[in-house]
Write a protein that binds this ligand. Structure first.
Ligand SMILES: Cc1cc2nc3c(=O)[nH]c(=O)nc-3n(C[C@H](O)[C@H](O)[C@H](O)COP(=O)(O)O)c2cc1C
Length: 391
């Protein structure tokens, strides 16, 4: 049988510390620490513990050159174990599942560190709200008590005497719009969003404004946000909850056709799926529309192959789209949000995304603001809440 090492593999010496009652009763600090080697291979779902023998063999095998297992006769049981876990790749039907995932990783041209980071920072069932409750870090006061003071809000650099004061400009309508951009955590779930407003926002933020055909099959596009290489890899998948004339459900937004493509319903009821997706942040789960920002990594990595900055660029692009959405929503009298605290795994399962090629990076959303601020928003000058009360 011919084998080779998987394409991307990082080895981490990890210390795991657990509470040990016996250690405490014996007069120690009650903590038991264990060291082990973990293999982080992004074509697999989880890190794997490896033995010293496995680690050594992985270091001897090439990720590109196939070798015959006959040449590794002395390492038979180690080879078998590594084949079973998928860290070694073999030809033949029995090993097809791991080999195909490894092939997809090779074909997508990931930078190895980015691929590893992406694969092992995904969540499945996290409840961030419970997490903050458990750690007693829900309010700024609790955070201050638990963590001490944060680094200052605006640091000074250089000599104070060389500081050059700048003139402040008179505010324009654009400044007023920027001032009203406040992350919305209070949506009015009872008030449907008009279909025309919903469509206008999607057109402004996610639709293709113009196409550039470099060759027949090589098309770059223009949108209202910037994108590395003009590739625009970030797809918008919509979880529509409360829009007039649009049935609640999951949709893919077709950026050229400006059209919704209906996807299968998730296995959970839609509101529960929304809660799971935003890691139980109930203040976002009521939004009229949630938008999963899901980049097609293969489109950007087509140009920026094994590129150290490409993943970072894609994350920045998601941020740009979010800001355009915030401003478009604000201009339309709506609230908007973004969250990076998402459970990617169930989202990808529901949308049929393979995180090697594409995957959820963040969720943003928009809708009508509620009448009352039940969950805190950062509106210190009252641009949204005091202004609404005065109206
Ligand atoms: C990338 C990103 C991720 C964020 N994730 C969360 C989040 O998980 N939960 C949340 O309540 N707010 C989240 N926010 C919103 C910030 O908390 C918010 O921007 C900040 O409090 C400043 O308030 P403002 O947006 O109203 O100016 C996120 C913002 C950004 C830019």
């Amino acid at each position: 049988m011919r084998i080779r090492r998987c394409s991307i593999l990082l080895l981490e010496p990890r210390e795991e510390t657990t509470f040990d009652l016996e250690a405490l009763l014996g007069g120690g600090n009650g903590l038991h620490s264990e060291q082990s080697w973990l293999a982080l291979a992004p074509h697999l779902d989880a890190p794997l513990k490896v033995s010293i023998e496995e680690r050594e063999l992985l270091g001897r095998l090439s990720p590109t050159e196939w070798v015959d297992t006959k040449a590794l006769a002395g390492d038979g049981s180690t080879v078998r174990q590594l084949l079973k876990t998928g860290l070694l790749i073999a030809r033949g039907k029995r090993h097809a599942a791991h080999r195909e995932r490894d092939e997809r990783l090779r074909e997508t041209h990931w930078h190895p560190l980015a691929a590893t980071f992406h694969a092992f920072t995904r969540w499945s069932t996290l409840d961030t709200v419970q997490g903050m409750r458990d750690s007693g870090t829900e309010t700024p006061e609790q955070m201050r008590a638990a963590f001490g003071p944060p680094p200052v809000a605006a640091p000074s650099r250089g000599e104070a005497s060389s500081s050059l004061s700048l003139p402040r400009a008179e505010p324009t309508a654009f400044d007023e719009l920027l001032g009203r951009r406040v992350t919305c955590r209070n949506f009015d779930a009872a008030r449907p969003l008009p279909r025309a407003l919903f469509a206008q926002l999607l057109q402004r933020v996610f639709s293709v404004q113009a196409e550039v055909h470099a060759c027949e099959d090589t098309v770059f596009v223009k949108k209202t946000s910037p994108s590395g290489g003009g590739l625009h890899p970030v797809e918008a998948y919509l979880l529509v909850q409360n829009v007039d004339g649009v049935a609640p459900g999951l949709y893919h937004y077709h950026a050229l056709d400006h059209a919704l493509e209906l996807m299968s319903m998730p296995t959970l009821p839609l509101r529960e799926f929304a809660m799971q997706a935003v890691a139980h942040q109930h203040w976002f789960a009521d939004a009229h529309v949630l938008v999963v920002l899901a980049p097609r990594f293969d489109r950007t990595f087509w140009k920026y192959r094994h590129h150290a900055k490409a993943y970072r660029v894609i994350a920045l692009e998601a941020g740009h789209l979010s800001q355009t959405l915030y401003l478009s929503a604000t201009e339309a009298g709506l609230g908007a949000f973004i969250t990076g605290a998402i459970n990617e795994v169930p989202i990808e399962q529901a949308l049929g995304l393979d995180p090697v090629r594409d995957g959820a990076l963040a969720i943003c959303g928009f809708g009508w603001r509620g009448e009352a601020m039940e969950t805190a928003e950062l509106d210190p000058v009252g641009a949204v809440w005091e202004a609404a009360a005065e109206r």
